[in-house]
Write a protein that binds this ligand. Structure first.
Ligand code: PLP
Ligand code: COI
Length: 366
């Protein structure tokens, strides 16, 4: 691993998208459908380390059919957002946390670790160049997708000796078409997302590929999302397909806000971590717990669980309204977004847009 500062070669596009077309996209960006004018690439090869860092026009890649990623899946990614601040500037939210998680994912997939400073610099460069793509203050933002994959050509099963790191950016509106409308979830008992010793806490492409069949099952059951349970007993709640989960126990000033503890099989979400801190700042008790589906159903019936919500960079905070499994079905609270869910969501968004004090130094101005 090289830790020296990487010099970027800047090759801005001679033909960025015309202003009117960009504005039309920003008026209704959706999620992950449109991409900005530029991308960042950095190569890694054995013996040479990180090299050939560039900011260049967004363009398709040419790939050899025997590229090792296509066959053996050494591919990891991150997701973070740039937010328009109330003073007009732009800030990334906790890019250092994403950079560190990217290093952990790389280690698990036997890939080289990109230095934290290079990860942050790559994100900064892209946001600076494509600043006009950052939507105005509000719920919209510019979603950054840093990723890395093997670029060696060959069919031997081994860690590749060449990789490509890239960052692309996409303006993002609500991840769920319903916005803050509560989602319905399916408790998956047949499929497993991640087992102990596996790749559950890494943000690797294969975890998402493995989740799709269960997501399709959830849709067949009339649900929006799948909730993953532990691999051993299929009993304990872990997380959703692209989000962590939170439960509100009790209500009002005495509420306790809890989330499944990190067992190694779920993703340590940065939003999850931020919310533990924000909830404490707001004066609530918090906890990292082991919660079974029976606890959830019982807590719902006796009122001790009053709200449930999902959280993640893309999804922000999304209430869970109804729950369904092979044996049971229930509505969380009155099926509407709960008071604390709303309060935490508003506080998180206010923090990310710089309209309340950044007590923890989470905003990284670009
Ligand atoms: N869990 C999974 C499987 C995810 O893909 C994500 C999204 O990144 C999360 C949780 C939430 O993580 P974060 O808050 O860092 O976006
Ligand atoms: C994110 O929230 O950044 C995610 O990665 C979730 C999903 C889009 C995969």
């Amino acid at each position: 691993m090289t830790t020296a500062r990487i010099g970027f070669d800047l090759k801005p596009s001679a033909q960025p998208l015309p202003d009117a077309e960009r504005e039309a996209i920003l008026a209704n960006p959706g999620f992950g459908r449109h991409f900005t004018d530029h991308m960042v690439t950095i190569k890694w090869s054995e013996g040479k380390g990180w090299h050939d860092a560039q900011l260049e026009p967004y363009a398709p890649l040419r790939m050899d059919p025997a590229n090792m990623t296509l066959h053996y899946g050494q591919s990891i990614f991150e997701g973070l957002k740039a937010y328009r601040q109330t003073d007009g500037s732009v800030a990334l939210f906790r890019p250092d946390a994403n950079a560190q998680r990217f290093q952990r994912s790389a280690r698990r997939l036997a890939m080289p670790e990109l230095p934290v400073e290079a990860f942050i610099e790559a994100c900064e460069l892209l946001v600076r160049q494509d600043r006009s793509w950052v939507p105005g203050v509000g719920e919209e933002s510019l979603y950054l997708r840093p990723f890395m994959f093997a670029s060696e050509v060959g069919l031997g099963v081994k860690p590749a000796n060449e990789y490509l790191f890239m960052v692309i950016a996409s303006p993002a509106g609500a991840y769920f078409p319903g916005g803050i409308k509560p989602v319905s979830v399916w408790l998956s008992e047949e499929y497993t997302r991640a087992a102990p010793g596996g790749t559950g806490e890494a943000k690797c492409a294969g975890n998402y590929a493995a989740s799709l069949v269960a997501q399709a099952e959830a849709a067949q059951q009339g649900c929006d999302q799948v909730v993953w349970l532990d691999a051993v007993e299929h009993r304990y709640v872990e997380e959703m397909g692209g989000m962590n989960l939170y439960f509100v126990q009790g209500s009002g000033a005495d509420a306790r806000i809890v989330t499944p503890r990190l067992t190694g099989t779920l993703l340590p979400g940065i939003t999850r971590h931020s919310l533990l801190t924000i909830a404490e700042d707001l004066g609530y008790a918090t906890g990292e717990v082991q919660l079974s589906t029976e606890d959830w159903q019982r807590g719902n019936a006796d009122g001790s669980i009053s709200e449930v919500f999902a959280c993640g960079t893309a999804a922000v905070i999304t209430p869970v309204g109804t729950v369904k499994s092979a044996r049971a079905q229930w509505t969380v609270g009155d099926g509407e977004p709960g008071e604390l869910t709303r309060k935490l969501r508003e506080t998180l968004l206010a923090l990310q847009s710089g309209s309340i004090e950044d007590r923890h130094g989470w905003l990284h101005r670009v």
